[in-house]
Design a protein. Structure first.
Length: 327
C-alpha cells in the first residue's frame, strides 16, 4: 500500500490517479472541507481516507503494510501569513512522518519547492551540501519552511536516521488539471484561459526589471503529469539515489510564450495587455527560474518532459474546454 498525503490537492491527486491506474493500493490523507476538492479523487478507488489529525496514529497502526509515503500535503500558498500554521504543517508534521518512515522502513518522498531558491542568487541546482543549502534565501515563509525541512532531512540522513529511501522534490511552476480549488494560487495557464474565455484578452504583469521586457519574465513551467512520472521513478529508485531533486523541464520559457500557447489552444488570436505588478509582491517577484535537471538525469530519470505548447494544448482542450475537467 502507498500512502499519499495532500491527495485531494493538485499534484497529489494526479500522483494518486497515476498510482491507482498502475494497480497500486493507495490510501489518502487530506481535508476536503465544503468545496469541490473531493472531485479530484472521485474517479479513483482509494483504499482508505485518513484525516490529517489522525495521520501519525494511522501510520503507526498500519506501518507494516505501507510500502511508501508520498507526502504532498502542505500549506502551499506563497501568500499565507500564519507562519505558525506553516511551520506546524510544513515542518513539524513532515519531520514526524519522516521519523515514522524510518522506524517502519517505509520509502519517503516529499514535496519540497523551487521557492527554497529565493531569487536564485545561488542558482537553481539541487545541491544538497550543507554550505549550499545554508546560502539559500527564500522570499516567503512557505519557501523558508520547505528549506528548513530540506536541511533537516540532510542532517537526519547524515545521522543514519533516515528511511531506507527518501527524496525531496523541488517543484517548479506546475500546471495542469485538478488545480481548480486553488483560487489565486492556480497556474497562470488556468488564469489566462479564464480571462480569454470571459473577455477575449489576457493580462500579464509588466516587467519592473531593466533586463526583461513586459511578459519576458521567465519560468520553468512543468506539466503536472511529468511530476507524477518523476514520483513514479523515485518509487523504484535504489537507496543510493536518495536525495533532493529538482522537478522541472530544465528550460525556462516566458509568460508571453505561455499566453500565446493558451490563445493557440483556444484557436484565438493573441490579445495581451500588461498591468503593473502589485506592490505587495513586487519586491519578492522572481524574474527567472530554471530547474537544473542534470542530477536527476545522472541518477537515471530518463523521462522526456512535455513541451510548454503541447502541455498547454492538452490542458486546455482535454480538460478546461470539456464538461468534466478532472483527471
Amino acid at each position: 500500500m502507498i500512502l499519499v498525503t495532500g491527495a485531494a490537492g493538485f499534484i497529489g491527486s494526479v500522483i494518486t490517479a497515476r498510482l491507482i491506474g498502475q494497480g497500486h493500493q493507495v490510501a489518502v490523507c487530506d481535508r476536503f472541507e465544503t468545496g469541490q476538492k473531493w472531485r479530484n479523487l472521485a474517479k479513483h478507488p482509494v483504499v482508505d481516507i485518513v484525516a490529517p489529525e489522525s495521520l501519525c496514529h494511522w501510520v503507526k497502526a498500519n506501518g507494516q503494510d505501507i510500502k511508501a509515503i508520498v507526502h504532498m500535503g502542505a500549506i502551499s500558498a506563497t501568500t499565507e501569513t500564519d507562519v505558525d500554521l506553516i511551520v506546524e504543517t510544513n515542518f513539524r508534521l513532515s519531520r514526524d512522518l519522516w521519523r515514522l518512515a524510518a522506524e517502519f522502513g517505509i520509502r519517503f518522498i516529499y514535496a519540497s519547492s523551487a521557492a527554497t531558491y529565493g531569487a536564485g542568487e545561488q542558482g537553481f541546482r539541487d545541491d544538497q551540501s550543507a554550505d549550499y543549502l545554508a546560502g539559500l534565501r527564500p522570499l516567503n515563509a512557505y519557501g523558508w519552511s520547505k528549506a528548513l525541512f530540506d536541511v533537516a532531512t540532510i542532517r537526519m540522513a547524515a545521522q543514519d536516521a533516515a528511511p531506507p529511501f527518501w527524496a525531496g522534490l523541488k517543484f517548479f511552476n506546475v500546471y495542469g488539471p485538478n488545480e481548480y480549488h486553488k483560487g489565486g494560487q492556480r497556474s497562470v495557464v488556468h488564469q489566462i484561459y479564464e480571462q480569454v474565455r470571459d473577455t477575449g484578452r489576457a493580462r500579464l504583469f509588466q516587467s519592473h526589471h531593466p533586463d526583461y521586457e513586459d511578459g519576458g519574465q521567465l519560468r520553468d513551467f512543468v506539466w503536472v503529469e511529468d511530476c507524477a512520472a518523476m514520483v513514479d521513478w523515485l518509487l523504484g529508485a535504489g537507496p543510493g539515489q536518495s536525495g533532493l531533486y529538482n522537478c522541472g523541464t530544465g528550460k525556462a520559457r516566458s509568460f508571453l510564450d505561455l499566453a500565446r500557447a493558451v490563445f493557440a489552444a483556444m484557436d484565438r488570436q493573441p490579445d495581451i495587455h500588461f498591468v503593473p505588478t502589485p506592490d505587495a509582491i513586487r519586491g519578492q517577484y522572481q524574474y527567472f527560474t530554471e530547474a537544473d535537471m542534470a542530477k536527476a538525469r545522472a541518477a537515471g530519470f530518463a523521462h522526456s518532459p512535455v513541451s510548454l505548447e503541447d502541455g498547454v494544448t492538452r490542458y486546455v482542450r482535454e480538460f478546461l474546454m470539456t464538461d468534466d475537467p478532472y483527471r
